[in-house]
Design a protein around this ligand. Structure first.
Ligand code: FMN
Length: 187
């Protein structure tokens, strides 16, 4: 069965640097691990997201998007920095998720901000959030500032190096699953 690497970007506007960064990471990882990649951002969840108090309140397309995210083999998550943290609507979406739904899920964390002041948003905000879910956040997070983009695309060499390193950390999850079952049983 084809494995899936799904991107979830917490941007409110399009075009979005965060969405583009998440898309680049998903495309790189999907190509490296022969997986299918899909991206969602908050616009894809439509107007029912803001009013929803539980998953059942989401409309059908939003519920379908959430189902795809929760069933992913790996997630690439990103948010623009707003006031030193992830966006409020992104957190609202995360608040709808069952506490057990992301346990053991590999999650690659990304964020974008105007400059370097909040570069630790990944370590101080996103990693604890996914720690709550007992997800397997990858050691390397990818933070990008405005100057790391050219024409809306991530272009800074140091950023792309880091991106490659972070994607490489998905290997244990994907390599292991591609081994024959008999090998996994230790025969
Ligand atoms: C309401 C708002 C608050 C922001 N707060 C911060 C901030 O605290 N720190 C920062 O570095 N950038 C901040 N920014 C800049 C954005 O994080 C940055 O431009 C980001 O890359 C935008 O991502 P997007 O293109 O995906 O929307 C803020 C932007 C907005 C609109």
């Amino acid at each position: 069965m084809t494995r899936t690497i799904i991107g979830l970007s917490g941007n409110l506007d399009r075009p979005s640097k965060t969405r583009t960064l998440v898309q680049t990471v998903v495309a790189t990882a999907a190509s490296e691990f022969h997986a299918t990649g899909t991206i969602y951002d908050l616009t894809d969840f439509g107007p029912s997201l803001g009013a929803a108090r539980r998953v059942a309140d989401l409309d059908a397309p939003a519920r379908a998007a959430l189902d795809v995210i929760l069933s992913a083999d790996a997630l690439v998550v990103g948010s623009p920095v707003y006031k030193g943290s992830y966006t409020g609507l992104f957190k609202h979406l995360i608040d709808l998720i069952d506490p057990l739904a992301l346990a053991d899920k590999p999650v690659l964390l990304t964020a974008t901000g105007g400059g370097d002041r909040h570069a630790l948003v990944i370590e101080h905000q996103l990693r604890p959030l996914f720690g709550f879910f007992e997800a397997r956040t990858l050691p390397t997070g990818i933070y990008a500032a405005d100057r790391d983009f050219t024409g809306g695309q991530p272009t800074a060499p140091a950023l792309l190096d880091r991106l490659g390193r972070a994607v490489g950390q998905l290997a244990p999850y994907f390599d292991r699953r591609t081994l024959p079952e008999v090998f996994l049983l230790g025969a």
